[in-house]
Design a protein around this ligand. Structure first.
Ligand SMILES: Nc1ncnc2c1ncn2[C@@H]1O[C@H](COP(=O)(O)OP(=O)(O)OP(=O)(O)O)[C@@H](O)[C@H]1O
Ligand SMILES: [Mg+2]
Length: 273
């Protein structure tokens, strides 16, 4: 009888330890993983479940992956569409491209600019015979559509705006034509992430909405100035062609110019933070 009770106790203890560990993982969202470990996991973990998303246009897959120790989800996007022209409500777009490759390029670029914490880690992965981008699933509370719908205001306006200004700079730099609010995700403590760049990296050297550029993080501006086209080309060689990199560098020049002009007009403290 006593032996049985002890066994039960042992079993209950084991279950409690297991649950606590899982809760810890959930609450902390696996903070112990480095970026390289996340990349490695996404590149090699086994897919054990797949569900196709209902949000978005091309319905990427939400995959559950495991490496035996850790189980985590990812978003798999394999869109690769090239068209001479596409009609949108906003007009005709020539040389239309919708490509998973741009997700990976955007992440590489964000790393070079030191703002990769605003994107999920994206890697290239093959699944069921298709090559696509696979991103680390983020601990999202809601997206910007939902925030607007519920009419919620972030408690710390400065912290929120400072994140948004960075996203605006990045959106203009990558020339995203699909900057819709489902691609802006909100996590714990009003942390903002930007996902989905499959319609970015257009060939126009012009900045589409310069009026969006009002303030800039100091560190980001320095990184923008230092951005090297050759290094970017090298790091994105499987994902961006020379023309896409050239256009991006032209936009970079215009963004830096615009901020320098704003600084000259308004003073550094009004523009940089
Ligand atoms: N890494 C991620 N973590 C959490 N949620 C994600 C992640 N990636 C995508 N999502 C969710 O899935 C939705 C659809 O994904 P995504 O935006 O990449 O595809 P899409 O909108 O279909 O692509 P496109 O508009 O280029 O056709 C996103 O709006 C977001 O809500
Ligand atoms: Mg999207």
């Amino acid at each position: 009888m006593n032996v049985l009770r002890l066994r039960w106790r042992g079993l209950i203890l084991a279950v409690v330890v297991c649950l606590t560990y899982q809760l810890f993982l959930l609450a902390s969202d696996e903070p112990t993983l480095t970026k390289d470990q996340i990349k490695q996991f996404l590149l090699t973990a086994k897919v054990i479940k797949s569900v196709q998303s209902k949000k978005g246009i091309t319905n990427p897959w939400r995959l559950t992956l495991t490496d035996g120790t850790l189980t985590h989800d990812g978003s798999f996007q394999s869109v690769e569409e090239h068209k001479q022209s596409v009609e949108f409500a906003s007009g005709t777009e020539l040389n239309f491209v919708d490509s998973y490759k741009y997700n990976i390029a955007a992440y590489q670029l964000a790393e070079m600019l030191g703002i990769d914490d605003m994107l999920p880690v994206y890697v290239e992965r093959k699944w069921k015979g298709e090559t696509g981008s696979l991103s680390w699933w983020l601990p999202v509370k809601m997206d910007e559509v939902e925030r607007h719908r519920q009419n919620l205001t972030p408690p710390d306006a400065d912290a929120w705006n400072n994140q948004m200004y960075k996203i605006r700079v990045f959106d203009q730099l990558v020339s995203d034509t699909d900057t819709n609010l489902t691609n802006v995700l909100i996590g714990e403590d009003w942390k903002i992430w930007r996902v989905d760049f499959s319609r970015a990296f257009r060939l126009q050297g012009k900045v589409k909405s310069p009026e969006d550029l009002v303030r800039c993080d100091r560190h980001l501006l320095e990184k923008l100035k230092a951005l090297d086209g050759n290094e970017l080309q090298e790091r994105t060689k499987h994902y961006l062609n020379k023309m896409e990199v050239k256009a991006l560098m032209q936009r970079r020049d215009k963004i830096v110019e615009r901020f320098q002009k704003l600084i000259a007009e308004k003073g550094e403290n009004e523009v940089l933070y």
